[in-house]
Design a binder for this molecule. Sequence first.
Ligand code: IDP
Ligand code: MG
Length: 149
Amino acid sequence: MEQTFIMIKPDGVQRGLVGEIISRFEKKGYYLKGLKMVSVERSFAEKHYEDLSAKPFFGGLVEYIISGPVVAMVWEGKNVVATGRTVIGATNPLASAPGTIRGDFAIEIGRNVIHGSDAVESAKKEIALWFPEGVSDWQSSLHPWVYES
Ligand code: IDP
Ligand code: MG
């Protein structure tokens, strides 16, 4: 099954949104396969966002991500990469629909609370970067109550 990398950014941690965010993914039916709180080095944040290194906001983005601990997670389930992005909402919180995480909890693009991988390939890359030790391979006994098969 598909896996995605989700990170609660430093503002989400500081604002006490960790439980709420985990709860939304859990209640949807996705399985939590990896979880840790980390304060990343500047070079690690730059690596995570390397595709955006030419953007004018890159410096500010890196400062934001290293400004405090983040909660790094791997979630698993059917279509979790794309659906996870839907749960998170649009990049600019003023354009994120109500009911999404950013739509409900954020105002500014540079304080948008959460990261989610944008494609299956980038999810694989990000999971390998953030969880080189690997993730848990437990199976939920509720599976037949969430999936038809
Ligand atoms: P995403 O997080 O929705 O995938 P990306 O375009 O990959 O959005 O940008 C990564 C992060 O960079 C965003 O979540 C946001 O925190 C920040 N960012 C994106 N665009 C801007 C901008 O125009 N100004 C400031 N920060 C931005
Ligand atoms: Mg992105």
